[in-house]
Design a protein around this ligand. Structure first.
Ligand SMILES: Cc1cc2nc3c(=O)[nH]c(=O)nc-3n(C[C@H](O)[C@H](O)[C@H](O)COP(=O)(O)OP(=O)(O)OC[C@H]3O[C@@H](n4cnc5c(N)ncnc54)[C@H](O)[C@@H]3O)c2cc1C
Ligand code: FES
Length: 256
């Protein structure tokens, strides 16, 4: 159930320059959240509700009553979040949205673009290691981040746009030449990456679950600010998603 909480920030770690992991204490979210769910976070006392930002749940520990998020500083909201300190109280709404799964196949592979790895690491925490896992980044500038991901998911196979780290190419290139008939794919990354994946592999794989990115307003289904067109009508990414079957999405009409 989506609720608002004031929660203490327990730990803060810069896993890579400009990329932060926060661990927050909130027994309800820790208990209820599943892979694919996200939370809306803002620094308490921040003036505008506009500063509530959606972040995927990275991990949860129901026994400790904690959950984690991982984010990259890209603008005002994430900059503010990166300035928080352990002990400070944050305002959190969640857990929001649906989850990955159930999967049609026993074999589940993951495809991630940079920070899209967040819900996939949570999926890995709950299901175990992936059969294959592909991560795409821009260049070797992402090295500390990729090492951090590898420390949590040693099966990760790395691609970079310029070939300066891992194999040259995109995460979706990991699927080239693979037999996908008995594989379910869990995918999260920039919308253009997921559109390209579906365009190339949609006919070869019957279970491609994608977590869509959309700017969010309320995060509770009320503002319709996050609507996407699907084959079953207009759907709100915040509560009907963010995870959709790729074949349901009208990719040509999705604002990328
Ligand atoms: C369901 C969901 C889960 C997400 N999970 C994560 C996560 O785990 N880690 C993470 O680092 N980021 C995640 N994001 C993206 C994150 O919400 C944005 O980076 C953040 O809201 C930017 O806020 P800002 O105030 O720092 O930047 P702004 O000043 O608002 O924007 C800076 C830049 O980020 C882009 N941006 C802003 N919001 C979004 C958005 N919702 N989707 C795509 N681009 C956006 C803007 O277009 C602009 O280019 C997620 C987004 C969604 C919708
Ligand atoms: S963010 Fe308001 S309806 Fe989805």
């Amino acid at each position: 159930m989506i609720r608002d909480y004031q929660v203490p920030l327990l730990e803060k770690e810069e896993v890579s320059p400009g990329i932060w992991r926060l661990s927050l204490e909130c027994p309800s979210i820790a208990r209820e959240a599943g892979p694919g769910n996200f939370v809306l976070l803002k620094v308490s006392g921040g003036s505008a509700p506009l500063l509530r930002r959606p972040l995927g749940v990275l991990e949860a520990d129901a026994e400790r009553g904690t959950f984690g998020v991982l984010f990259r500083v890209v603008g005002e909201g994430t900059e503010l979040l990166s300035k928080t300190a352990p002990g400070q109280t944050l305002s959190v709404r969640g857990p929001v949205g649906g989850q990955f799964g159930p999967f049609q196949h026993e074999k589940v592979w993951a495809v991630a673009g940079t920070l899209g790895v967040v819900p996939l690491l949570f999926l890995r925490q709950s299901r175990g290691a992936f059969g294959r896992m592909f991560l795409g980044v821009g260049s070797a500038e992402w090295r500390p981040f990729t090492e951090w991901v590898a420390s949590r998911a040693p099966e990760m196979e790395l691609f970079s746009d310029d070939g300066s780290i891992g194999k040259k190419g995109f995460a979706i290139d990991g699927l080239k030449g693979q037999s996908l008939a008995e594989v379910s794919l869990a995918v999260c990354g920039p919308n253009p990456m997921m559109k390209a994946l579906y365009g190339q592999y949609g006919a070869l794989c019957d279970d491609i679950q994608v977590s869509l990115e959309r700017r969010m307003g309320c995060g509770m289904g009320g503002c319709f600010g996050c609507v996407v067109d699907t084959k079953t009508g207009r759907r709100r990414v915040c509560i009907d998603g963010p995870v959709f079957q790729a074949r349901e999405v009208k990719w040509d009409e999705l604002h990328l």
